[in-house]
Design a binder for this molecule. Structure first.
Ligand SMILES: Nc1nc2c(ncn2[C@@H]2O[C@H](COP(=O)(O)OP(=O)(O)O)[C@@H](O)[C@H]2O)c(=O)[nH]1
Ligand SMILES: [Mg+2]
Length: 452
């Protein structure tokens, strides 16, 4: 018996991929080998998901149809809005791709055990009466000039059916909409520049950045700083040591590069959270920070958290010294292998932050490592299946709604800013500001700022 190999050349497969998007084809049925027989076709192709039927005639035409639904010998019409008929090659094998989309999804496929592939109830039928023949007619489901499909040569020299699998790592359309223009970048920057906290007593909002070691906390602050400076800087020490590179509590105001004015945000950078208790940032220390007791440059000591009698302890912090929102920074590549104890610690921290009523969100970093294709085009971040998956896992593991998770790519190795990377970073900052503002709304007893 001859080998069951595809008649399609690599070039033809590429052309079909142009019609279908990035897909992988697996040959399920080949008429010349398996027999031109509807029941054999169904035995091989039922319940296989999306399929592509490809017919070849003696005049050099290659044509057929695609359905994203499964055949199953159901005996009924199946709706499929993605179905289409196609021609790949015309007379004498001249490449001339043509796509005839289904007009109304209703009745796109007639799935009957005694029929071969049947598109639109006879708009294109292959294996007519169990022979190597096609039948075509233009109808309300597929309206087209039948001669265009096969040059009026309905005798087949081959008929193949392929299973079609989606191999693209990207969704067709993004699941969150972002405008990626430089105007948008400027617009968000202006929004941040001109933001004034609702309360007089709070000139700047304080954003606490916490998360495991190496997640990208310091890099996030550096990235925000870089965007406003207009070039890549690294004020906060970032690194890839196993233990925390950041051992001091640091509060970093961000300045607007244009005129050096302080922006209304202060980032509070902490040492990393570690798995073992007694190492890394402790939960009690986070309480101290949130309440505003911890001074800038305080040297963390996991063995002894800050106490009222410790030097530098801020005794009577006011609302402006407290934390107004928390950004949990999580390494998008490591969330799946997050050690259980670390996961527990993060959850405890989330609960603690909740107790204070401080809003929080998760910044999922290193999206460029989750999905290397994003290095080329970060605009695809909300199309990347890998990023979406890591975001969902994060939501599940930390018990946080997906809406509160934002993907970011920090500036690390690059020397120049990119508008798209900026937009992701700025969107995260804007969201943090909005959350902080909602928190400040809880303090109506303070006098609202007077408009000048
Ligand atoms: N590829 C990539 N690397 C990152 C990203 N964010 C941080 N890093 C790298 O991860 C390492 C740890 O970052 P760092 O900011 O020091 O983490 P921290 O311990 O949470 O403060 C550094 O080597 C960074 O260059 C990112 O978005 N993408
Ligand atoms: Mg750090």
């Amino acid at each position: 018996m001859a080998a069951v190999i595809s008649r399609l050349t690599q070039d033809e497969v590429k052309q079909l991929q142009n019609l279908l998007g990035s897909r992988h084809f697996t040959l399920l049925y080949k008429g010349s080998i398996h027999g031109y027989n509807a029941s054999v076709f169904h035995a091989k192709c039922d319940d296989q998901g999306p399929t592509l039927a490809v017919a070849y005639n003696g005049s050099g035409y290659i044509f057929g149809g695609f359905t994203c639904k499964s055949f199953s010998s159901s005996g009924v019409y199946i709706n499929d809005e993605k179905a289409f008929l196609f021609r790949l090659k015309e007379k004498d094998g001249v490449l001339s791709p043509l796509k005839i989309p289904v007009k109304t999804s209703t009745g796109a496929i007639y799935d009957h055990s005694s029929n071969g592939p049947n598109f639109g109830g006879g708009a294109l039928l292959l294996l007519v009466q169990n022979t190597a023949t096609a039948a075509t007619s233009s109808n309300n489901t597929y309206t087209y000039n039948v001669a265009d499909l096969h040059g009026n040569d309905v005798g087949l020299i081959e008929c193949e059916v392929y299973r079609v699998e989606d191999i693209s790592s990207f969704l067709e359309s993004p699941w969150r909409k972002i405008t990626w223009t430089t105007e948008e970048r400027e617009k968000i920057m202006e929004e941040i520049r001109t933001y004034k906290p609702y309360l007089n007593s709070v000139p700047q909002i304080r954003i606490l950045v916490i998360g495991p070691i190496g997640a990208g906390k310091s890099s996030f602050f550096n990235s925000v700083n870089s965007v406003f400076r207009g070039y890549v800087t690294s004020q906060a020490i970032a690194g890839s040591d196993n233990t925390s590179v950041t051992t001091q509590y640091r509060t970093y105001p961000v300045k607007d590069g244009r005129d050096g004015k302080p922006l209304p945000i202060i980032f509070c950078d902490t040492m990393g959270i570690e798995e073992k208790s007694g190492t890394g940032l402790e939960i009690d220390e986070v309480s101290n920070i949130i309440k505003g007791h911890v001074p800038d440059r305080y040297q963390f000591n996991p063995a002894a958290t800050l106490r009222p009698d410790s030097p530098g302890y801020i005794k009577n912090p006011s609302l402006k010294d407290q934390i107004h929102c928390v950004a949990f920074v999580i390494d998008g590549c490591k969330i799946e292998i997050l050690p259980e104890k670390l996961e527990d610690k993060l959850k405890q921290l989330r609960r603690k932050v909740n107790q204070f009523g401080v809003p929080q969100l998760v910044l999922l970093t290193k999206v460029d490592e989750i999905c290397p294709a994003l290095e080329e085009d970060i605009q695809c971040v909300y199309k990347s299946k890998a990023v979406e998956k890591q975001m969902r896992i994060t939501a599940e593991k930390l018990g946080i709604p997906l809406a509160q998770i934002l993907p970011v790519k920090n500036y690390c190795s690059e020397l120049d800013l990119s508008s798209e990377v900026d937009i992701l970073i700025l969107s995260a900052v804007r969201q943090l500001i909005r959350l902080a503002e909602s928190y400040l709304d809880n303090f109506p007893f303070e006098k609202p700022k007077k408009e000048l």
